[in-house]
Design a protein around this ligand. Structure first.
Ligand code: KG4
Ligand code: ZN
Length: 336
């Protein structure tokens, strides 16, 4: 059995996980998340200075709790991993430095992991092996279509040219005076609303049919709000119509990308992948196109260290360890 401890601290969740390969299969022994959402809600978004201070306070006891949960001592960990980027520099630094410190103290290898690779591979933790597929990653900072040949072999098919899908949910949530983060709140209200009540734009980008744009949609919601006498009375319809526009764009371009890449399997990952309406719409469109949709398990969908642990385990089995002189990279790309 070989075990790896991973730390995720790219934004406002401090997270620690331990994964072991047992009889050839990856097994997640523990995956702990210490969320700061309640703290940042007061400010309507993540405050980097506050996030970094809370990571620093929480990281040591959380690592100890993960070891206790897994009934392992630090000496029984064979490798360490941490999110290297993309993310907030001051947040990344806490988890990354802590994991490098553990690696230096124990003499065990260290792996810096791309946060987006963590999301991308999260649907494969349970099956244990990464299949070739077309991945849609929708998070607070990124909207990516990636053609995946196998572990480590990624080709960018499309991305957002302005706001990320999660960012659009959060910004529209703020316009509607909903608590942070806006995504789950909008989904909740959308359930009671009519998705055809308002027609919001589904931008088509000339010469870049697989790229996304959500900033025009955000502005369209703002103009609509200014026209309404009592927007609050139409909150559910506004949420449902906005959500339908986001989902339409995501689904159409994902199917187009899968056809172009000639992939039969689609995966959905990142925080916005929690959205049930998106899961249903993408599942139906995939079925109609003769493809399958593989979802991320709920516990691995929003930021967590389990996904970093899985990507770390595969890294430890497929590439050299990183030097401890390696630094964080807040703009780290998956497909450079
Ligand atoms: O992957 P994630 O936890 O963090 C980043 O790497 O950014 O994604 C967070 C994003 C936020 O924008 C949040 O509003 C969105 O995921 N989100 C949702 C839902 N749950 C979380 N968006 C739409 N519907 C949801 N149910
Ligand atoms: Zn994320």
């Amino acid at each position: 059995m070989s075990c790896l401890l991973a730390i995720e601290s790219s934004c406002d969740e401090t997270a620690v996980a331990i994964i072991c390969r047992e009889e050839g299969r990856p097994r997640l022994l523990t995956s702990l998340i210490s969320s700061q959402i309640e703290i940042h809600r007061e400010y309507g978004g993540v405050v980097p200075e506050v996030a970094c201070r809370n990571h620093a306070l929480r990281i040591r006891p959380l690592v100890q709790q993960a070891l206790d949960d897994a009934s392992l001592s630090l000496e029984e960990i064979d490798a360490f991993a941490a999110t290297r980027g993309p993310g907030l520099a001051s947040s990344l630094l806490v988890g990354f430095s802590y994991a490098k410190g553990l690696s230096a103290a124990t003499g065990k290898p260290f792996y810096g992991i791309n946060h987006m690779e963590g999301h991308l591979l999260s649907p494969f933790l349970e099956p244990g092996k990464v299949a070739s597929h077309l991945g849609l990653i929708v998070s607070g900072g990124h909207t990516l279509l990636i053609d995946v040949q196998g572990f480590g072999n990624y080709k960018l098919m499309g991305h957002t040219i302005d706001d990320a899908a999660g960012e659009a949910f959060d910004k529209v949530g703020r316009m509607l005076n909903l608590p942070y983060p806006g995504g789950p709140e909008i989904e909740k209200h959308a359930r009671e609303g009519n998705p055809r009540a308002f027609h919001f734009p589904r931008p088509r980008l000339k010469n870049a049919p697989l790229d996304f744009s959500f900033s025009g949609l955000k502005t369209a919601v703002l103009y609509q709000l200014q026209k309404l006498e009592n927007p609050h009375s139409q909150l559910a319809d506004l949420c449902a119509s906005f959500q339908a526009a986001v989902i339409d764009s995501l689904v159409k371009k994902t199917i187009l990308a899968a056809l172009e890449a000639d992939r039969q399997m689609i995966t959905l990952s990142g925080g916005v992948a929690c959205n049930k309406a998106l899961q249903l719409a993408l599942g139906a469109a995939a079925k109609e196109a003769g493809m399958t949709l593989s979802l991320t398990p709920p516990a691995l969908t929003t930021d967590n260290a389990g996904m970093i642990a899985f990507a770390g385990l595969l890294s430890s089995e497929n590439r050299d360890a990183d030097s401890l002189t390696i630094g964080i990279d807040p703009n780290l790309s998956l497909t450079a």
